[in-house]
Write a protein that binds this ligand. Sequence first.
Ligand code: ATP
Length: 137
Amino acid sequence: TNRTFTMLKPDAVEKGHIGAILEQINASGFRIVAMKLTQMTKNDAETFYAVHKERPFFGELVEFMTRGPIVAAILEKENAVEDFRTLIGATNPEEAAEGTIRKKYASSVGENAVHGSDSDENAEIESSFHFAGREMF
Ligand code: ATP
């Protein structure tokens, strides 16, 4: 098995979708290794999304990701990174497959409800950004 990192973004938390999204994640065979409700500071978001700092939407992305609490979690499953990206669907909810988390809960390409790591290496980096070893089970 391997691991991926996810965040239920401020839009999903504001709309009360934490329970439904976690239920779908569990039902899809992921085991929760670590989880917390937390809020990113501006500096956290700029660091976490540093790869996008030259993109035109960077300021908007940082503003959005810091406007309220998120749920950060580490998930374990065979083929976790790829299977989780399939479960959440395309970045733009209009392009996301039927039944995916973004299709059901996202409202736009910016406010897209959930994050999923795009590689094993980034899953590891993102997990240790949010969690200490003793918070992982
Ligand atoms: P994530 O990294 O959150 O899982 P992703 O890998 O599907 O998303 P990326 O292209 O890495 O998508 O973009 C990271 C995040 O930046 C997106 O989830 C979204 O919140 C935001 N974003 C991407 N493109 C746009 C855009 N055109 N306008 C506004 N925000 C955007």
